[in-house]
Design a protein. Structure first.
Length: 410
């Protein structure tokens, strides 16, 4: 519901959106419209305020608003300066919307109409049900990952609420036909005492492509961790839960990702590298480049080829391209770790190349991947090749920040 359903803003009264309550101040003055118009950027004028149990409140600015406001623009009179606050209860999605500042009645109505598609409906989280796929801890807080399908009405309602929230954070956010049996979803909740509703932390939607010959592929379609819980390893836990689930489904041969955004791709790279290393450490593992006795990545990682990456991808149920990226990450870490240990000593006879030789090897692989570069003038080809290499290196070095991954090179 809106805070201004009758055209009059509540004045110094408490508006309940579910526990706890929030006090709104009368800051909007309704003025008559004028003929002139000015354009304001919409995203920076919107604040999302989430209320958690105990009265904890955190605020964030949406990443996107283009699906709500054309070109992310507000067309208002020159004297108008609206600020939009969307307050959401993190336990049940109950909400309030406030348009603050000097604004005309018509402008306020238009703003409320534009943002309505991204306002979640209230949900009874305790009715969601589903199957618990895992529990984990981040800091002092405990979390649960739950798998659901359309057969649970509470799950359908919560997914609908999540898809509305996603419009603020995912550029191409959209709803799905969840009643199709090929769809499923995973929710992450912050655990709460018995009988209390847990906080929603994030979710992902999954779609199974069926192929009677090649086997099924499970696609991660849309994923979101709410801003308060980002950069705490929760996204990796969510993706890992997808991988673990697929490992026990004999009909699923691969997990793919639909058009990953840059941030999600970085998360995927770290998760896939950790997934590879965890399987390397398993007793039954036959993955190359890992010594189970020393629990370290070894120089055998330099002997892997394309056919090995294909076999490893099949066993891990991730794409071959991701395994190739993992191999590059492990090689880079081994090269740089070895280089740091020996300093400027001659290692020409070592099976571990120095950084220069490794870089040249990476550029040869890029030339093979992008053969059209050979049609360019030499200087232009070298420039384009260096740009591609630097982008690839940036992707690799981001993965190297993982403490878990670095522990295999100490």
């Amino acid at each position: 519901m809106d805070a201004n359903v009758d055209g009059k803003r509540p004045r110094e009264e408490e508006v309940a959106i579910g526990p706890p309550k929030v006090r709104f101040r009368p800051e909007t003055e309704i003025i008559a419209p004028t003929a002139a118009s000015t354009i304001l950027q919409s995203t920076g004028r919107i604040t999302l305020r989430f209320i958690c149990p105990g009265g904890d409140i955190y605020e964030t600015t949406p990443t996107y608003s283009h699906q709500l406001f054309e070109n992310e623009e507000l067309h208002v009179t020159p004297t108008s300066s609206p600020t939009i606050i969307v307050t959401i209860n993190a336990t049940n999605m109950a909400h309030q919307v406030e348009v603050l500042g000097t604004v005309t009645a018509a402008e306020e109505e238009e703003i409320l109409s534009c943002i309505d598609p991204a306002i979640p409906q209230e949900v009874d989280v305790l009715s969601v049900g589903g199957t618990t796929l895992g529990e984990f801890q981040s800091g002092s807080e405990e979390f649960e990952i739950r798998r659901v399908t359309h057969k649970n009405q509470g799950a359908c309602e919560l997914l609908s609420a999540c898809e509305k929230l996603a419009m603020w954070f995912i550029e191409t956010a959209d709803s799905v036909d969840f009643k199709d049996d090929k769809w499923e979803a995973l929710f992450v909740f912050k655990k709460a005492p018995a009988g209390q509703q847990p906080d929603l932390v994030g979710y992902t939607t999954l779609y199974t492509f069926l192929n009677p010959v090649l086997g099924a592929k499970l696609r991660i379609c849309q994923a979101l961790i709410l801003p308060k819980y980002q950069k705490r390893g929760i996204g990796r836990e969510l993706i890992s839960a997808v991988y673990r689930e697929c490992k026990v489904r004999p009909n699923v041969v691969e997990v793919t990702v639909e058009d990953p955004a840059p941030g999600f791709q970085r998360l995927r790279d770290v998760t896939d590298t950790e997934w590879y290393l965890k399987h390397s450490a398993a007793e039954e593992s036959n993955l190359n480049g890992y010594d189970k006795h020393s629990k370290q990545v070894t120089e055998d990682i330099f002997s892997v080829d394309s056919s090995y990456c294909a076999r490893a991808a099949h066993g891990l149920k991730i794409t071959k391209a991701q395994v190739e990226l993992v191999v590059d990450v492990l090689q880079y870490l081994l090269v740089t770790t070895h280089q740091n240990k020996i300093g400027d000593k001659d290692i020409s006879g070592s099976s571990i190349p120095d950084l220069k030789r490794w870089r040249l090897g990476q550029k040869r692989k890029l030339l093979k991947k992008y053969p059209e570069l050979k049609n360019l003038e030499k200087s232009e080809m070298q420039e384009e090749l260096e740009t591609l290499y630097q982008k690839h290196l940036e992707r690799i070095t981001h993965v190297c920040h993982s403490g878990y991954i670095r522990s295999f090179f100490d």
